[in-house]
Design a protein around this ligand. Structure first.
Ligand code: SF4
Length: 220
């Protein structure tokens, strides 16, 4: 266990402070469940604006459906998603995902997403290139099950306040939230989105603590 024993971030007051500052975020920015899954895979190591451009290319090519996504050649897939960066790697990840849906769920995404949350998460994690953040984004935002998505912004603000060590694992950080908060899809959805807003607006690489809604929890 890499969390500090005394670490106990006041997650409910933090949530209220973030909600007060930013208001409801209305995530996930995707029109369909498939689009949410594609976005979750493409957003690794890149800004969401780049993902939007890649998704726009897929939409223009009428490729935002499983049969087309699965039958396109890898070079074609890579060309469509080029704006998202690491496009050859991400094309293979998308193909691995569509292969799961087509090969094991008869091409029915809803069948995959209907699995019990633990099983769904394990199934996604078994796909090459899908890690915990991507898997949990799909479980929370596409399947609408209550898991907590941990990203670099989450790790950054918790660590800066001394609530976790630099070595805290993904699962340890997620457990902090699930242990303290009600097991609720809407709240987990909103909380993650608010943390992203925090990371973009205040808890940047160079933090803007003076105006940050979490400054009251800074240690002297
Ligand atoms: S910007 Fe400063 S006060 Fe705000 S979350 Fe980051 S470290 Fe905390």
């Amino acid at each position: 266990m890499n969390l500090k024993p005394s670490a106990s971030p006041p997650l409910r007051p933090i949530y209220r402070a973030l909600l007060h500052e930013f208001g409801p975020q209305h995530w996930w920015p995707g029109r369909t469940r498939l689009e949410i899954c594609v976005g979750a895979i493409l957003t690794q190591n890149t800004a969401w604006t780049n993902v939007e451009r890649a998704i726009q290319n897929l939409r223009k090519a009428r490729a935002l459906n499983l049969p087309v996504l699965h039958s396109a050649t890898l070079p074609q897939l890579a060309a469509w998603i080029r704006p998202a960066g690491y496009f050859n790697v991400k094309a293979r990840r998308l193909r691995a995902f569509t292969t799961l849906v087509v090969g094991e769920f008869g091409g029915k995404l809803e069948k995959l997403l209907a699995l019990p949350a633990t099983q769904l998460r394990a199934t996604l994690l078994a796909v090459k290139g899908i890690g915990p953040e991507t898997a949990d984004s799909i479980v929370l935002y596409a399947a609408e099950r209550p898991v907590f998505v941990v990203d670099a912004y989450t790790r950054r603000f918790l660590h800066r306040h001394g609530w976790i060590s630099a070595k805290a694992t993904y699962d340890e950080i997620a457990a902090l939230f699930t242990a303290q908060l009600p097991c609720n899809v809407t709240m987990f959805n909103e909380y993650h989105a608010l943390i992203v807003a925090l990371g973009k607006n205040f808890c940047r690489p160079r933090p803007l603590c003076e105006k940050c809604p979490l400054r009251r929890w800074l240690k002297d």
